[in-house]
Ligand binder design. Structure first.
Ligand code: GLU
Length: 435
């Protein structure tokens, strides 16, 4: 793969904090990394312009009858960033922080992520500005169905395929699948992934993002000559990604010494009982009150003296404010965009090996691809087969990015962007510009 990329002919312009109007703007963060990689690839100006712009951006107002009889209006977004390599693919999040800029960045990241692991999808993302924790199940169902109706013209197994993301889950995917199927007049399982297994979901999908993190952490440890057994790990975020990553790393022999979610963080130098913490959260929905270990702040969790740090929550938790204090040797980005672009160079100067989000958390969309394939074939795989194929793709992708990073003497993030952009660019060149 590496040989098809042109050698750099320019000096790399490294983003630093003075480059930024707003370090926290995720779209700007994505674009800075894109620009760096595009420059190294010597991307032709026309293609550069095409790839800097989302293909389609949808904003919908979503009226919802609340349980108290009042009608509330929510705002929802769906952005299709690029569909040159296949149907758009990407999750839907329900969160008060959702903005169009964020959804655009996340949709672009999905494009690069699918290209890094070489699955035949483009990238998209959706979001609804709401606080799902304060809404009843029936309010969430009405919100989901009305949002789906609002974006229905872009959805479809061949055009745009949603999946779970922050604060959405299998149940939400079931409502989307049902709403879409009612509109088109027949059951269409392949319109979403991350569905319940009983209705066309894939075995292993729920664990896939965390499993992918575990796989790349082991690859990174091997690359750096570090053992797996006894390696200390801190995990920020204890949802679908963080809890499974912690559980699987623990099962591999790592010592998970810190976990945290939005309610509390715990530190225990002797190792957290990850399975007990997961059992607690499955009953209480958050870690608060779990009680075993020393309570620390979420900020302190990030700067603990550990071998591996897994930020698996939201964007921009590692910025110029704390990047210099990070003591982990490896960062595995379970979340999308946890590191600001300005923080990248600080981490690099300090010798932190970063497995970037578009590689580290690609396990989820990889098994989404397997789910879509299974739905379309109507033939379902064993969990072992899913996990084996996931491992093959994650290991192969990690090694492809690593060899590119060595070849071009760039960090893993830049190498991952270079690999992704080159694959998307190749398809654009082959397809040409329709006029
Ligand atoms: N929301 C996940 C992500 O950010 C999964 C997307 C998908 O499976 O389509 O990668």
């Amino acid at each position: 793969m590496a040989t098809e990329l042109r050698l750099p002919t320019h000096t790399i312009v490294r983003p630093d904090k003075d480059t930024f109007l707003d370090e926290d703007n995720p779209f700007e963060a994505m674009m800075l990394r894109f620009d760096q990689a595009a420059e190294l690839l010597d991307l032709e100006p026309g293609l550069y312009r095409v790839l800097r712009n989302p293909e389609k951006q949808i904003i919908v107002s979503i009226p919802v009858m609340m349980d108290n009889g009042e009608v509330e209006v929510f705002t929802g977004y769906r952005v299709l960033y690029n569909t040159s390599r296949g149907p758009a693919k990407g999750g839907i999040r329900f969160d008060l922080q959702v903005t169009l800029e964020e959804v655009k960045a996340l949709a672009a990241w999905m494009t690069w992520k699918c290209a890094v692991v070489n699955i035949p999808f483009g990238g998209s993302k959706g979001g609804v500005v709401c606080d799902p924790h304060t809404m009843s199940a029936s309010e969430l169902e009405r919100l989901t169905r009305r949002y789906t109706a609002g974006i229905i013209n872009v959805l479809g197994p061949d055009s745009d395929v949603p999946a779970p993301d922050v604060n959405t889950n299998e149940r939400v995917m079931a409502w989307i699948m049902d709403t879409y199927s009612m509109h088109v007049g027949h059951t269409t399982t392949a319109v979403v992934t991350g569905k319940p297994v009983e209705m066309g979901g894939s075995l292993g999908r729920r664990e896939a993002t965390g499993r992918g993190c575990m796989i790349v952490v082991k690859e990174a440890l091997a690359h750096l000559g570090m053992p797996v057994k006894g390696t200390t790990v801190a995990v920020q975020g204890f949802g679908n990604v963080g809890s499974v990553a912690a559980q699987l790393l623990h099962a591999e022999g790592c010592k998970v010494v810190a976990i945290g979610d939005r309610s509390v963080s715990y530190y225990d130098p002797n190792g957290i009982d990850v399975n007990a913490a997961i059992a607690y959260v499955s009953k209480r929905r958050h870690l608060d009150g779990y009680g075993k270990g020393e309570v620390i702040s979420g900020a302190d969790l990030l700067t603990l003296d550990v071998d591996v740090l897994v930020p698996a929550a939201l964007e921009n938790v590692i910025t110029t404010k704390n990047a210099g204090d990070i003591r982990a040797r490896i960062i595995c980005e379970g979340a999308n965009g946890p590191t600001s672009a300005a923080a990248d160079s600080i981490l690099e100067e300090n010798g932190v090996f970063v497995v970037p989000d578009i590689l580290a958390n690609a396990g989820g969309v990889t098994v989404s691809y397997f789910e879509w394939v299974q739905d379309r074939g109507g033939y379902f795989w064993t969990e072992q087969l899913v996990n084996d194929r996931l491992r093959d793709i994650m290991v192969h992708s990690f090694q492809a990015v690593l060899s590119l990073s060595k070849q071009h003497k760039v960090n893993m993030r830049t190498a991952a962007y270079m690999l992704a952009i080159s694959r998307v660019a190749t398809v654009h060149r082959l397809r040409g510009v329709y006029a």
